[in-house]
Design a protein around this ligand. Sequence first.
Ligand SMILES: Nc1nc2c(ncn2[C@@H]2O[C@H](COP(=O)(O)OP(=O)(O)OP(=O)(O)O)[C@@H](O)[C@H]2O)c(=O)[nH]1
Ligand SMILES: [Mg+2]
Length: 427
Amino acid sequence: MSKWAAALKGVLPGGTGESVGPPRTDAKSHRSDDASAADPHEADRPHSYAPVVWLLGKVQSGKTSVIRAITGSSDAEIGDGFRPCTRTSRLYAFPQDMPVLRFLDTRGLGEVDYDPAEDMAFNERTAHIVLVTMRAMDTDQRALFEAVRQIRVRHPEWPIVIAQTSLHEAYPPGGDHILPYAFEASAPRDAIARIPPDLMRALAHQRTLFDKLPGRGALLFVPIDLTRPEDALPPADYGLDALTEALAIVAPAGMLSALAAMPGFKVDPKARSADPVVMGHAMAAAGSDLVPIPVAGAIAASTIQARMLSQLGRLYGIQWDRRAYTELTAAIGAGTAAKVAAGIGLRQLAKLLPVYGQTAGAAASAAASFAVTYALGKAAVYYLHSRRLGTTDRGGIAAAYQEALREAFRMARDRNRVPEQHGGSRP
Ligand SMILES: Nc1nc2c(ncn2[C@@H]2O[C@H](COP(=O)(O)OP(=O)(O)OP(=O)(O)O)[C@@H](O)[C@H]2O)c(=O)[nH]1
Ligand SMILES: [Mg+2]
């Protein structure tokens, strides 16, 4: 089997490298005293504390386009905002007057021999992340590989995200983007099957170029196509969600909060699609008149919950195996629902909750089914998202569950579904 063919097998899903999701570190933990001389803006306090995304790529490979997409800035704003910082690079701070994030834009690559040492010294001072851009159909990436190699020799643990840009250059004439986004593990099979073979081959080839990259940090590849509206190739930000998610996976904690503040950055791009799945199933579990599924009333809440979990698992590309169920249910904790109901004054409901399936009155039962299903869905979304990020945070799952329960009980109460509304005990 040729090398690219072997790599092709691994082209989906998007990651290689030993560790995805390195231990999260504080933004300031990569400081190094010898580097301070390299920053001409050391005195410029707000500027020097915002973490830096280091963009590396050949001329015209899409570096500025990525900055534009993540910050929501126009080309003119970005052009005006760049300041020289080292001999071969310049810095873009966003927002300019009180930056939360800075982008280091490497200019020389592909034009002259590029030595990353000076930029590396500059970057060691801040939470780092290296974002590489390569045009997907550009096979000559030797200079780029050499720069990335040197970075990883010096910092074996630094994560690298590689954006493979301008996918449409491999499309047949008049070809459109494949929708939904086809370059991730959870993409539908028929979408993956529509990826043009030449593009698949080129993406795989670029991966093989990085096979020999030293270091143990994560290495993630994300195919994207950032176009302009006038290119008439919608969506103009094809793959941006996958790119921001990859950055969220590998970013150190201090940097993640800075990234999350960017207008074009979604930490959990799936959340929006998950919301209606959770709400729809919660309503179905309550047997509400508003439910779009006609047979809802006849289905047990537990069956509806199982369906909801399996849909959410598919959305996040994670299998509900024994480990997943155990991690989720252990974090939620028995009796939480009853305690939360009592805590917000729904005493009647709290008493009925543990056995709502068998003995509760219809109204209480509907409200409880709604609340528990809703909260289970929200907790599952939190869990699945953190699994994708390579972490499991029991406290966070429990908090998501309790918060969602409170929200759901409030919704149920506001809809006059709970007996307390009609003269029952009040807090
Ligand atoms: N269709 C498409 N065009 C892109 C993409 N990335 C960049 N371009 C276009 O390619 C050209 C160069 O993109 P830039 O983002 O300016 O690239 P750059 O790496 O900043 O270029 P230099 O600053 O000149 O090194 C622009 O015309 C972009 O619109 C992409 O993913 N898809
Ligand atoms: Mg540029």
